[in-house]
Design a protein around this ligand. Structure first.
Ligand code: CA
Length: 228
């Protein structure tokens, strides 16, 4: 999952980023002013934006409005200070999905953020399934044919991303961008090893779902017709 935090309180932004990295293994980018934040939001492919209301450059409301006007449907969670509560209705009307008032509980932010990401993918359930394969995104566990599949954090994140897009071809670059922070190019060579390990572990449990390599295009999670 790739997250963008636009927040001018640098320390707060870093704390939130660290929490998402530690808890969910998310790739997180931070911007500390509204203009930089908007240009990242506009150009990057994020699964969630966490946006402060009062920012130098461009404020949260104008960023929400511009993104939604352009048809960008990325889930947006707003952070507001207590005395900014009056703006909340404007923000929700402009298309923000949820908000939290500072100071907030980091655990609550993580839970709400994850819920927005799931809804953004059209997945309201915490358990994703494909054939016999099931992934619980709260417990971060995977079962293939009722057996627990013991995955490394990176293997889990690859599978989770693919399970959000069953049967779709996901390019290596897209996968890398969602797994790592800025310097994703450095991980380009190791992704194949992670995918290969993931494939072996799934196969070892008798799981029928396959992570296929589509030459020159990327990866695809699929199940044989008969087992669907
Ligand atoms: Ca601020």
């Amino acid at each position: 999952m790739r997250i963008l935090i636009i927040e001018d309180e640098v320390r707060l932004a870093e704390n939130v980023a660290t929490a998402f990295r530690d808890r969910y293994g998310s790739a997180v980018d931070c911007a500390h002013d509204g203009l930089e934040g908007f240009s990242l939001a506009e150009s990057g492919h994020y699964d969630l934006l966490i946006l402060d209301l009062m920012l130098p450059g461009a404020d949260g409301l104008s960023i929400v409005t511009k993104l939604r006007t352009r048809g960008d449907a990325t889930p947006i969670l707003i952070l507001t200070a207590r005395d900014e509560r009056a703006h909340v209705i404007d923000l929700l009307n402009a298309g923000a999905d949820d908000y939290l008032t500072k100071p907030f509980d980091l655990g609550e932010l993580l839970a709400r953020g994850k819920a927005l990401i799931r809804r953004g993918k059209g997945v309201a359930n915490t358990v994703l399934t494909l054939g016999q394969l099931s992934l619980n995104s709260v417990e971060q566990t995977v079962h293939g044919d009722s057996q627990l599949v013991d995955l490394s954090p990176t293997e889990y994140r690859i599978l989770e991303y693919l399970m959000f897009r069953p049967r779709a071809i996901v390019s290596k670059r897209e996968l890398l961008e969602h797994l790592y922070d800025y310097r994703w190019e450095h991980h380009s060579n190791v992704i194949e090893a992670h995918v290969s390990n993931l494939r072996k572990k799934l196969r070892a449990t008798g799981e029928l779902a396959l992570v296929e390599t589509i030459r020159g295009r990327g990866y695809r999670l699929s199940v044989p017709e008969a087992s669907q």
